[in-house]
Design a protein. Structure first.
Length: 148
């Protein structure tokens, strides 16, 4: 395989925002992927940005909050396989932010809502459900989709 033909995975960053034992989730809508299921504020890396910069950009674009990359901490990495794509998902926890949480993408998200960590909704994107469970168990790395 030549350098030009090398495999190139996708990469996404996810915001783990926790307040009073609750996590902020968004309900996916009209995206073509996991619509109707809850996920986290997230997005693909644009290239030329760190994971912290990526999640700071996504937090601003999707939820109207300002976080600084220095205030984010990687708490989980998920290597995820789908038939059409392979991902490395980076989950970043932040403890402080500025701004009022507002849904700035109502065309892709039907709601932003806080859920108790021990009472997450049933309808969750499988990768997010797995990652939050692993984060809760202090497990830094996991894989999904390889055995399905």
């Amino acid at each position: 395989m030549s350098i030009e033909e090398r495999f190139r995975p996708y990469a996404a960053a996810y915001l783990v925002l926790i307040k009073n034992d609750e996590v902020l989730l968004l309900k996916r809508y009209n995206t073509g992927y996991q619509d109707g299921n809850y996920s986290l504020v997230s997005g693909h890396f644009d290239g030329g940005e760190t994971a912290g910069q990526c999640i700071a950009r996504e937090a601003r674009e999707e939820a109207n909050i300002i976080i600084t990359p220095e205030d984010s901490e990687v708490v989980h990495v998920l290597h995820r396989f789908r038939p059409d794509r392979e991902y490395f998902d980076v989950y970043l926890k932040v403890k402080k932010w500025a701004g009022e949480i507002t849904n700035l993408e109502p065309n892709k998200c039907s709601e932003l809502k806080w859920f108790k960590l021990n009472a997450l909704p049933e309808n969750m994107a499988p990768e997010v459900k797995q990652a939050l469970n692993k984060i809760n168990g202090n497990i830094f790395f996991s894989e999904l989709g390889w055995d399905d």
